[in-house]
Design a protein around this ligand. Structure first.
Ligand code: G1P
Length: 293
């Protein structure tokens, strides 16, 4: 069966929204509880059956390479101290091949994906964006790969957003719907407020056929003067069907501050060893601040 074994994770962004934290540390390494955000993405890819990952990095992103590298000294130390639970955590992503390539100029998401074209070759592949973490019973990317296997068409993950948020996303103009899957009339990157064709927004998970590179090769600039992946997807949709899939699961936007704080709290509460203490703390905090105000 034709399936998807390779994934691209673009991680070249400057992370200006998190300055000064990101002055010397990549935003992808900011931890949610005790795991860097990018590790949540890598784990989702592994759980979805991905075997090879290429991370597109930029300047100042060395910590990401170190994070996914083997650390013999640390492993040896944990082994000597019989800290097997920590050893397991340190090795959580060791069953996937992770490769790195640099995007030399910040020319946009479409350009970052294009930088990995030689690694992908002539195969279908996945793209996972680091600003979107998804918690779901079936991994989000696995849901899209299942659709790919059924249709052999590119599939883009979408979810509903509020009217006032549509201008921040790629948006689809849906046609026919079949269960959670949509045929798509057009894909539009960051429509101006009041012009959005729907509330179904692209959420950082893609399965794409390699023909997408025919359009990314042209390096045409779109919204914000950048090479946009959404524009290439729209072009692909004109020559072969590209579906949108309204995936199941809770999506967290860790690319902005409030989303980051919310995600930290929710994921802390989802952990047995932290749940009670965090909830008690939040209750106290709420009561105290209500009293004070
Ligand atoms: C990117 C994509 C956009 C998508 C969004 C999801 O935008 O270009 O289509 O909806 O990610 O997070 P960015 O957030 O990088 O501006």
């Amino acid at each position: 069966m034709k399936t998807v074994k390779k994934a691209i994770i673009p991680a070249a962004g400057l992370g200006t929204r998190f300055l000064p934290a990101t002055k010397a540390m990549p935003k992808e390494m900011l931890p949610i509880v005790d795991k860097p955000t990018i590790q949540y993405i890598v784990e989702e890819a592994i759980e979805s059956g991905i075997e090879d990952i290429i991370i597109v990095t930029g300047k100042g992103k060395r910590a990401i390479e170190d994070h996914f590298d083997k650390n013999f000294e640390l492993e040896d130390n944990l082994m000597q101290k019989e800290k097997y639970d920590l050893l397991e955590k340190v090795n959580a992503t060791s069953n996937v091949e992770i490769h790195f390539i640099r995007q030399k100029e910040p020319k946009g998401l479409g350009h970052a994906v294009w930088c990995a074209r030689k690694f992908i070759g002539n195969e279908p592949f996945a793209v996972l964006l680091g600003d979107d973490i998804v918690r779901s019973e079936k991994p989000c990317l696995r849901q899209l790969i299942n659709e790919y296997e059924n249709t052999l068409s590119s599939v883009i993950g979408v979810q509903t957003v509020m009217d006032e948020e549509t201008h921040r996303y790629g948006i689809i103009d849906p046609q026919e719907q079949e269960g959670r899957r949509y045929q798509v009339n057009t894909f539009v990157e960051k429509p101006k407020q009041g012009t959005s064709p729907s509330n179904l927004a692209i959420m950082g998970r893609y399965v794409l056929n390699p023909e997408i590179f025919m359009f990314l090769d042209k390096q045409e600039k779109g919204a914000g003067g950048e090479v946009q992946l959404t524009d290439a997807i729209q072009k692909l949709n004109e020559i072969q069907r590209v579906f949108a899939y309204d995936f199941e699961g809770q999506r967290y936007d860790v690319g902005e501050k409030l989303g980051f704080v919310k995600t930290t709290l929710e994921l802390a509460i989802s952990r047995d060893e932290l749940k009670d203490d965090v909830l008690t703390f939040m209750k106290d905090l709420l009561e105290n601040s209500v009293v004070k105000n």
